[in-house]
Design a protein around this ligand. Structure first.
Ligand SMILES: [Zn+2]
Length: 402
């Protein structure tokens, strides 16, 4: 599977992936998914929000166990963030079908006997939000967290709306929105994902406990443009200084609070080397273990910055289903190194689904912690341990009413 998927959307000089939603690279990834489904004789569907589903068992049977992730990427992203969860889902299904209990079910189904929970593999569309600025669009739309009219109107850097991009890719943007009928079919969702820090230590696989609350804030620093060579220092109103101080405050504040704060994007006007800026706009990404900590940190930074601060997105703390989390941790406890239960600062479709259905996540060890960059990596042995863990978990969940 990796051999076919790895070249898709890979940039020649950076080696990073540019699989942005509803582009040709995304279409190639989606064609790969459909091909994997058909090759295995699975029932293939696309839901109203453009998410792809491959079903082993009756898609309308209800009480389904669902696994999967996403295939899109951030700009120059890594190979594993998203695809590891989808590839592992197909590999885990293959492993399950090799096993006796489930082979029996296949034989029964061939004779027209229905039975057992269906298993579905999903590829959620536009998880990274790299093109239209909102993350997890496919899962947010499905669960009703994102207003469809607002979503249709989102624009990329070229001014193309999400509606137009979907339409060009062959999908109907008029159909998007909350999909209660589909959600009602799902009994549990388990997303396997490459870990995005270095928090697993000796263990190849871990179980997620929670996703930290996180958000994005725009800081507008105002000043006065003037000549860099003739304006005396005491006469300047240079917003770059206030911005620079804010960056340092953010770092110090995050260290004190045990949180994370990053200014990763700025825009400067007029953006000339020999001009004092008139305006600096900077975007803060901040995350913390608790919302109280996060709110306090952002309040502090807002107070110190002397800027106009606008919250552009905020995702509260997500705690995964406790019963499902403990069940997974128990099942995987026998792995070498055990299966640590740990929170993450990264957002995922699973974090969105958690509001609607019992949801859990498995993390596969990341040896360097590099993520959202071309160096993102997972060792093959750890990936295989991830597949084995996922298969074990799915088998247990499928047996529940089988
Ligand atoms: Zn991801």
């Amino acid at each position: 599977m990796w051999r076919e998927l790895l070249p898709v959307g890979r940039h020649g000089s950076t080696g990073g992936y540019r699989r942005h939603a509803w582009t040709s690279a995304d279409a190639e990834c989606r064609a790969w998914f459909e091909e994997q489904a058909l090759r295995r004789g699975l029932a293939y569907e696309i839901d109203r929000n453009g998410n792809q589903w491959a079903w082993w068992g009756d898609p309308t049977g209800g009480d389904a166990v669902v696994t999967g992730s996403h295939l899109d990427s951030v700009p120059d992203g890594g190979a594993y963030d998203g695809p590891l969860g989808v590839v592992s889902a197909f590999a885990a299904l293959d492993a399950l079908r090799e096993r006796d209990a489930l082979r029996e079910r296949d034989a029964l189904r061939e004779r027209g006997v229905r039975g057992g929970r269906p298993l579905a593999i999903v590829n959620f569309g536009d998880e990274e939000g790299a093109r239209f600025g909102v993350a997890c669009v496919g899962s947010r739309l499905m669960t009703g967290v994102l207003d469809p009219a607002h979503a249709r109107d989102l624009r990329d850097d070229d001014g193309v709306t999400l509606a137009a991009a979907m339409e060009r890719a062959g999908y109907d943007p008029g159909a998007i929105g909350r999909d209660d009928e589909r959600l009602a079919r799902v009994a549990a969702f388990v997303e396997l994902h490459v870990e995005q820090g270095r928090n697993l230590g000796e263990a190849p696989v871990g179980v997620a406990s929670a996703i930290w609350p996180h958000g994005r804030w725009r800081f507008d620093f105002g000043g006065e443009a003037n000549h860099a060579g003739t304006t005396r220092l005491e006469d300047r109103r240079d917003p770059m200084l206030a911005f620079a101080a804010a960056v340092l405050h953010a770092r110090a504040g995050a260290e004190r609070a045990g949180a994370l704060a990053t200014f990763g994007k700025i825009s400067v006007e007029p953006n000339g080397t020999n001009a004092i800026p008139s305006r600096v706009t900077a975007w803060l990404d901040s995350r913390a273990p608790e919302s109280g900590t996060l709110d306090m940190l952002v309040k502090e930074l807002t107070h110190e910055a002397g800027a106009t601060v606008t919250c552009e997105s905020y995702t509260p703390l997500v705690e995964f289903d406790g019963k499902l989390r403990d069940r997974l941790a128990g099942l995987l406890g026998g792995l070498s190194g055990g299966a640590p239960v740990l929170p993450t600062g990264a957002g995922h479709d699973a974090g969105i689904l958690a509001s609607a259905v019992p949801t859990a996540m498995l993390f596969v060890r990341n040896p360097t912690g590099a993520s959202h960059c071309p160096d993102e990596h997972a060792e093959e042995a750890d990936c295989l341990a991830g597949v084995a863990a996922l298969a074990h978990v799915l088998e247990d969940l499928l047996r529940e009413t089988a």
